[in-house]
Design a protein. Structure first.
Length: 202
């Protein structure tokens, strides 16, 4: 596994903060409630007709097998960017000697279906690319929840490192596991000398 950070081309437009950040960081918003609501919306959208889903929330720490070496390994190539001053990450909140994480599991859904890499003009059935690569754009249809793709921002806001991972097993009978992670920092400068560039938030 590796992290990919993309520099902003010189002729591209630099975007400011997201309106979804304002929504979830508003003092009247309860982050935990928003996290539960947004996750359950995705679960219900991926629920086959007539099925029942099970959702489990649990904390994972050192006592539950979350090992420091593993935590450091999955963030190799990430922390260098997170330490940029524009990202405002409080590393006093991050203890890699006693890592902790929130694990959310769902059972009984279709999983994240559709192409793993290629985008499609028709978002129907492209749940994988819609979840990981689309923000602030309507990709769902009438009757589905969270149509503008902003709610998923709550997942990275719930992390001290602005990061979350997802693994899915689709209901296609193949039992293949697909894993991906995403970090949402801030547009930031990284590198030295002539190799220093402004990078995107995602």
């Amino acid at each position: 596994m590796y992290w990919t950070f993309n520099p902003i081309p010189n002729d591209d437009i630099e975007h400011g903060g997201s309106t979804s950040d304002d929504e979830f960081e508003n003092e009247d918003q309860n982050l935990a409630e928003s996290l539960v609501r947004e996750f359950l919306q995705n679960t219900l959208d991926a629920l086959p007709v007539g099925n029942k889903a099970t959702v489990k929330f649990r904390s994972q720490g050192l006592d539950e097998g979350f090992q420091p070496d593993f935590a450091r390994k999955i963030f190799e190539g990430h922390l260098e960017h997170a330490r940029a001053r524009e990202c405002h990450v409080d590393f006093d909140e991050v203890d890699f000697d006693r890592p902790t994480g929130l694990v959310i599991e769902e059972f009984g859904t279709t999983g994240l279906s559709g192409p793993l890499v290629n985008r499609t003009e028709d978002p129907a059935g492209a749940n994988w690319t819609n979840f990981w690569f689309v923000h602030g754009k309507q990709t769902k249809y009438k009757g589905e929840r969270g149509r503008h793709g902003l709610g998923k921002r709550v997942f990275s806001l719930s992390s001290a490192l602005g990061t979350f991972f997802g693994i899915t097993v689709r209901d296609d009978g193949l039992e293949e596991q697909y894993l991906m992670g995403q970090t949402r920092l801030e547009p930031h400068w990284y590198g030295d000398g002539g190799d220093r560039h402004l990078y995107r938030a995602h």
